[in-house]
Design a protein around this ligand. Structure first.
Ligand code: NCD
Ligand code: ZN
Length: 335
């Protein structure tokens, strides 16, 4: 039986929510990952030192062991330097959302005026706090990410020492940016390494595959696969696992978000193995992120094996991607 061992897997973009949902989903990630960058788009967003500290405590209370590190983020606003100095120790990054572009992002940035943002972004650069960005405009849905490239360019050239992470990239346009600007990095989800728009709406509409940014064209998928499979040193795995209750997905007005946390490592093995690139998975799912973010996660060794694994129909009322379908890799042991 073929097996593959991963050390300290990291999920560099994760939604854990709060309260009952947090208690439901946090253990699923803590089971197989050493740590995760936790998104701040709660209602209201995580935007003060107290918010960060209290949310981290709630996360730790929801996970059954100590071998999981939630890397906390703050919701981007135009903060001053004194405030950023006061929170720097408690956060790993700051997450910027354009206003209203996705779930719980209403309080995000409504105009990318570099002068208005300069104090905050320069302070982040000085304090070495990475900026994670949801890079979509409010244009035509298939063009939103590509249209955002000029904003990435503006940010990258205005703040050349600021680490900027293009979150959950879905296009060849974003892939092409990686080699153009030293300070641009990217996370890639597992669903965007499998799906195109055809899978979402080409046949019967699939609400559990609907997310922001929407899956794109075959040539975009190929570009994403090319950098992920070679574990390009500037790309990291970030699931963007975004749980919504079943009724919010299977409804008139489907919430955006694909729930992959409990099947992410199995799917990553499946995809990397399919292309004969399993040896590069360690870099993609941990080592690149450790280097880019300068983090040293707790030891965890996850062994997967190639055998059928039927994805559960739901996890506490949240339907995962590929519910009821059979994957070809399963988690065998975790030490
Ligand atoms: C995310 C969510 O539900 O919080 N949804 C999504 O479609 N990915 C927000 C986000 O990351 O855009
Ligand atoms: Zn997200």
């Amino acid at each position: 039986m073929k097996t593959h061992t991963l050390l300290m897997p990291l999920d560099m973009h994760l939604h854990l929510r709060d309260a009952v949902m947090l208690e439901n989903v946090a253990p699923l990630t803590a089971y197989s990952f050493s740590g995760a960058i936790v998104m701040p788009n709660l209602v209201p967003p995580v935007a003060t030192l107290d918010d960060v500290v209290a949310y981290k405590e709630r996360i730790m209370a929801a996970v059954p062991n100590d071998y999981f590190e939630p890397y906390m983020t703050l919701f981007y606003k135009n903060y001053d330097k004194a405030f950023l100095e006061s929170v720097a120790e408690e956060i790993t990054a700051i997450k910027l959302y354009p206003a209203g572009i996705t779930t719980n992002s209403e309080g995000g940035v409504s105009s990318f005026d570099i002068e208005e943002m300069r104090t905050t972004l320069q302070a982040m650069s000085d304090l070495e706090i990475p900026l994670c960005v949801h890079g979509e405009t409010d244009g035509f849905v298939m063009d939103r990410e590509a249209e955002f490239m000029s904003i990435y360019e503006l940010l990258a050239t205005s703040f050349p020492k600021l680490k900027i992470i293009m979150e959950h990239i879905t296009t060849k346009a974003a892939v092409d940016m990686l080699d153009k600007f030293d300070n641009l990095y990217a996370t890639i989800t597992i669903h965007h390494l499998i799906l195109t728009l055809d899978d979402v709406v080409g046949g019967m509409m699939q609400p559990h595959l609907f997310c922001k940014p929407i899956a794109k064209r075959p040539e975009d998928l190929d570009a994403l696969l090319s950098v992920a499979l070679q574990a390009h040193p500037k790309v990291m795995f970030g699931s963007d696992s975004a749980p919504h209750p079943q009724h919010a997905k299977e409804s008139c007005g489907c919430a955006a978000g694909v729930f992959t946390a409990p099947i992410a490592l199995q799917l990553l093995c499946e995809v990397f193995d399919q292309f004969g690139k399993l040896d590069n998975l360690q870099d993609f799912v941990s080592d690149n992120a450790q280097r880019i973010y300068g983090i040293c996660p707790e030891f965890k060794e996850v062994t997967l094996e190639e055998r059928p694994f039927v994805v559960p129909a739901n996890y506490g009322g949240v339907v995962p991607m590929f519910a009821g379908e059979t994957l070809s890799w399963a988690i065998e042991s975790i030490d």
